[in-house]
Design a protein around this ligand. Structure first.
Ligand code: ATP
Length: 518
């Protein structure tokens, strides 16, 4: 299966099995907005809980907040979003498709990088053990040429974006001969800036109404509450404030399912530190956040850091954690050293002091901030992309040779349903016995009860939503009080006493399995 097919399969699987539906589907969808179905909402809640607990439960110096989506309009003046939260857009005159100019250039760079890696791979195969990769990278004319091109384009783009020189951004697209993926033509408009914030009116009478914005990030709710939180929870620097919640961006190009949505959810933590200590904390949080990702066990090769070429107006260092999505390595989380930009700016615009008195230094200052910001929906997509497998079955399972199953290998503590309980048949007292087992488990985790269809079909449906355990009650169970437990990943079945079910399930699905490795 190609990566493109994999991505298509995941999208249709999400719909068929109740994970994600397009918004307002009966009205032909609303662009780049999605609804989470019965299993999607469970998985999303579990990922959020994993993040939340890793922040506020695992760190004695991080507390939570739930700020409103609507905020005073001046907040977005102070934060710079009214003036600067925009993307450079460009249209192709033939296909009428709109693109982010910087993304077109980034994709061009990525393609050139891929060409380098292909050359290296080819040479490595040709020269075998004697291959000196470092030397080859420095001396092979084609590789050197590609590398020169990448560095040159990156440098030009960085400088153009910093100077807001949109004519130069267009010139890069022209010089690199970038074509529209849809029309294949190079018939481009000029590059323009486009503000991504949604606005609406607040107030009952239209003349008095104020234009307010749907927040494009959750962070500002944390900054404006900095002193409320610090004082009420008696926090001492260094300390963090964590928040999850909806954010809204009128994205120009929104074609990648949950990856780029116009309404999405962020999980952000702002960590307040002494000025001058921010780089040390920036590195600490880079490390801690990568560990959080790795704990899910999808493999270190799926993650990489990417340093920002162009720093946002508020940052003095910034990087992304990128994840290998089916459409390539893309940002899943940003880690930014935001300096004292936000608090200073809110101080200026509000006229209220936002300073911290440091008893150890015996002085007041505006703290510096390290931010970790991850998209919950992107994380959800990453979990599905890593967990989704079409498995060819071999002789390991009798009677299954040559068949296929779709299985979601979601870490048990994140799985939407933890355990399914089945009576083998719908009679002879088996449903009652199975209901007892279900009732005994439902107060520890999300369970599922089903008595329809053959056991094989029921197992497959649970595999497809990632349920780690199935418990089957048969006629023997009435006599010996034992049940069959079937494991999702190995498909192995075991006979165990009913009394042990709760213990096994509780042990394997506990979130502490992830948290304890952090
Ligand atoms: P990108 O460069 O992909 O537009 P960004 O750098 O603008 O992302 P941030 O402002 O750093 O993103 O937002 C933090 C996180 O929020 C991102 O790492 C991502 O996971 C998530 N996020 C941002 N925009 C979207 C979106 N439109 N849809 C889904 N998630 C998003």
């Amino acid at each position: 299966m190609t990566q493109e097919e994999l991505f298509k399969n995941i999208i249709s699987h999400c719909k068929e099995y109740g994970f994600v539906f397009p918004s307002s589907e009966i009205y032909d969808n609303l662009g780049a907005v999605y609804d989470y179905g019965p299993y999607g909402v469970e998985l999303k809640n579990n990922i959020r809980e994993y993040w939340w607990k890793s922040m506020v439960q695992m760190n004695d110096n991080i507390v939570g907040l739930d700020a409103a989506i609507f905020m005073h309009p001046t907040v977005w003046k102070a934060s710079g979003h009214v003036d600067a939260f925009s993307d450079p857009l460009i249209d192709n005159k033939d296909s009428k498709k709109r693109y982010r100019a910087d993304v077109l250039i980034e994709e061009y760079v990525q393609k050139t990088e891929d060409k380098i890696e292909k050359e290296i791979e080819k040479a490595s195969r040709r020269f075998g053990e004697k291959f000196d990769e470092k030397m080859y990278r420095h001396t092979n004319p084609r590789v050197v040429e590609y590398r020169k091109k990448v560095d040159e384009v990156n440098a030009r783009m960085k400088s153009a974006l910093e100077k807001n020189d949109l004519a130069e951004v267009k010139q890069i697209i022209v010089d690199c001969e970038i074509v529209c993926p849809v029309s294949g033509s190079r018939n481009w408009t000029d590059v323009r800036q486009f503000n991504l914030m949604f606005s609406t009116q607040m107030g009952s009478v239209s003349e008095d109404a104020n234009t307010i914005y749907l927040r494009p990030e959750t962070a500002q709710g944390i900054f404006v509450n900095f002193l409320n939180v610090q004082r009420s929870a008696r926090m001492k620097i260094p300390f963090g404030i964590a928040q999850t919640g909806k954010a809204f961006r009128n994205e120009i190009v929104a074609r990648q399912f949950l990856f780029r949505m116009r309404e999405f959810e962020q999980m952000e933590m702002q960590f307040f530190v002494r000025p001058g200590e921010e780089m040390q904390w920036y590195n600490t949080w880079k490390e801690k956040r990568l560990k959080w990702h790795l704990a899910m066990g999808f493999g270190a090769e799926r993650y990489r850091f990417h340093d920002h070429l162009k720093l946002a107006h508020y940052a003095n260092a910034a990087c992304d954690i990128e994840f290998a999505f089916p459409f390539g390595f893309k940002e899943i989380e940003g880690i930014h050293s935001r300096t004292d930009f936000d608090l200073s700016s809110h101080e200026k615009f509000s006229g209220k002091k936002l300073q911290y008195f440091d008893p150890e230094l015996n002085k007041n200052y505006i703290p510096y901030v390290i931010e970790t910001s991850i998209g919950l929906d992107r994380m959800f997509l990453a979990v599905l992309a890593s967990a989704f497998e079409v498995e060819k079955l071999d002789s390991a399972v009798a009677g299954e040779e040559g068949t296929e199953r779709i299985v979601l290998r979601i870490p048990p503590s994140l799985a939407p349903v933890k355990v399914a309980v089945f009576p083998l048949v719908k009679k002879d007292g088996l449903p009652e016995k199975a209901m007892d087992v279900f009732n005994n488990l439902k107060n520890i985790c999300r369970c599922y009860y089903e008595e329809k269809d053959t056991i094989g079909k029921r197992y497959r449906r649970q595999d497809a939503i990632g349920t780690p355990f199935c418990i089957t009650i048969d006629h023997e169970s009435l006599k010996d009080n034992c049940v069959t437990i079937r494991y999702r990943d190995t498909m192995k079945q075991e006979r165990i006493p009913i009394g042990k079910v709760r213990e096994i399930v509780e042990e394997k699905v506990a979130l502490r399995n992830l948290l304890s490795s952090l």
